[in-house]
Design a protein around this ligand. Structure first.
Ligand SMILES: Nc1ncnc2c1ncn2[C@@H]1O[C@H](COP(=O)(O)O)[C@@H](O)[C@H]1OP(=O)(O)O
Ligand SMILES: [Mg+2]
Ligand SMILES: [Mg+2]
Ligand SMILES: [Mg+2]
Length: 385
């Protein structure tokens, strides 16, 4: 008997917390004789939270003492730092310790550039950072060699897909924000049968209180949030220092005039002119809140703003690690995530998301209005070119 189809029951059916239904079908028969079993991802979620928190501490340390030599440029000219590599090695190592028998990881970085001449010093620095994190944590009694670290990075080369389980990792989402000293996230999700079944977003620089247009900053400006969600279990946020978690919900705002929206800080990542046209059509009054990374999904899940608009420039292909964790964090908090054609994001097709034009996120009430404004604005922009 093999697990060849896993369907996630809509949130509105109010399943018991931390369970979702899987359909097991006999491989010898194509009939629909389905056995329904309850699946829980408690162990996987605990491991994901731990791995993302460890990586977040490594990134915080590097961001504090950021040296120019820690930044390399990849083939696509995007920046990558020792913290991106260190975070990926650490998460990969920690998850493999927990799930040695069944481990598949789809992650952003690989060791190709680190294996080139002249990279030895960088590899040693990454190895030192990873080992310091392992020692400080105290749960694993090992010291990794430089080759162990390179192998841990490279175990993120899986292609994902619609069969089986795959971890999905962006070791630093928003590297440009990280380099500026702004927002970034460690984004980790688990796919089972092509569906996202859990997600964790560690946002080391995100204030614990609202960053929305009308947000109240906490008096001591405390930062560092860990968002986590399991299918059917809702979304929670806790401080990265480990204190207790609270359940979060997207905003209940129904009137677009009262809504505020998030978009990329980087204009090269998302068309700000299109977002502003959409906001104008909707009657949104507040100026855009521009921040880097999937911290936007986290902030939206706790109601800091009502809408997230993302319209990459022509030719850019979205990757699953840039949205998997954020998507479940928002949907389990009651939000809706679709592409610009209104279709849910499909994480089952390998490392890329094949989608129409962009990604839009909001609550259930605002989605119909937002969707119309998006369609009209896209048409109008195309006609003006
Ligand atoms: N040209 C691009 N268009 C859209 N997104 C991009 C582009 N280049 C990199 N990204 C990715 O967009 C995400 C950040 O988006 P945002 O603008 O929301 O902060 C990151 O995943 C970043 O990758 P990376 O993970 O390497 O930082
Ligand atoms: Mg990158
Ligand atoms: Mg990213
Ligand atoms: Mg990244």
């Amino acid at each position: 008997m093999s697990l060849n189809c896993l369907r996630v029951v809509p949130h509105s059916l109010k399943k018991p917390r931390f369970f979702h239904l899987s359909y097991l079908r006999s491989s010898s028969s194509s009939s629909s004789s389905a056995v329904i079993v309850a699946m829980s991802y408690t162990k996987e979620l605990a491991a994901a939270k731990k791995a993302a928190s460890l990586a977040a501490h490594l990134c915080q340390k590097v961001q504090k003492a950021l040296l120019q030599s820690d930044v390399q440029s990849k083939n696509d000219k995007s920046p990558v730092t020792v913290a991106d590599y260190g975070s990926q090695a650490l998460v990969s190592f920690a998850l493999q310790q927990e799930f040695p028998a069944d481990f598949s990881l789809v992650a952003e970085e690989d060791s190709e550039d680190l294996r080139k001449d002249g990279a030895q010093e960088t590899v040693e620095r990454i190895t030192k950072l990873v080992n310091e994190s392992i020692t400080n944590d105290g749960s694993y009694n090992v010291t990794l060699s430089t080759e162990d670290v390179l192998k841990a990075i490279d175990s993120g080369r899986s292609e994902g897909g619609s069969q089986g389980r795959h971890w999905v990792l962006d070791p630093i989402d928003g590297t440009k924000g990280f380099l500026r000293g702004d927002q970034y996230a460690i984004a980790l999700a688990l796919l089972d049968g092509g569906k996202v079944v859990l997600g964790v977003l560690a946002c080391p620089n995100l204030p614990l209180t609202s960053i929305g247009a009308a947000g109240q900053h906490s008096p001591n400006n405390e930062v560092g949030c860990l968002f986590f969600a399991e299918v059917g279990g809702g979304t929670y946020m806790q401080p990265l220092d480990g204190s207790s978690a609270v359940k979060v919900q997207v905003t209940a705002v129904e009137n677009p005039e009262e809504a505020s929206f998030f978009e990329s800080y980087e204009a090269a990542h998302s068309m700000h002119d299109l977002s502003s046209l959409i906001a104008q059509k909707l009657g949104v009054k507040a100026p855009p809140v521009r921040i880097d990374s999937q911290a936007k999904y986290g902030a939206l899940s706790r109601g800091d703003g009502a809408i997230y608009l993302r319209f990459p420039h022509k030719g850019y292909r979205e990757k699953i690690w840039d949205h998997a964790a954020g998507c479940i964090v928002v949907t389990e908090a009651g939000g809706v995530v679709t592409d610009a054609a209104g279709k849910p994001l499909d994480f089952s097709r390998g490392k890329y998301l094949d989608l129409d034009t962009g990604i839009i996120v909001t609550n259930q009430k605002l989605m119909p209005l937002l969707f119309s404004a998006v369609r009209e604005s896209i048409k109008e922009k195309a006609a003006s070119l």
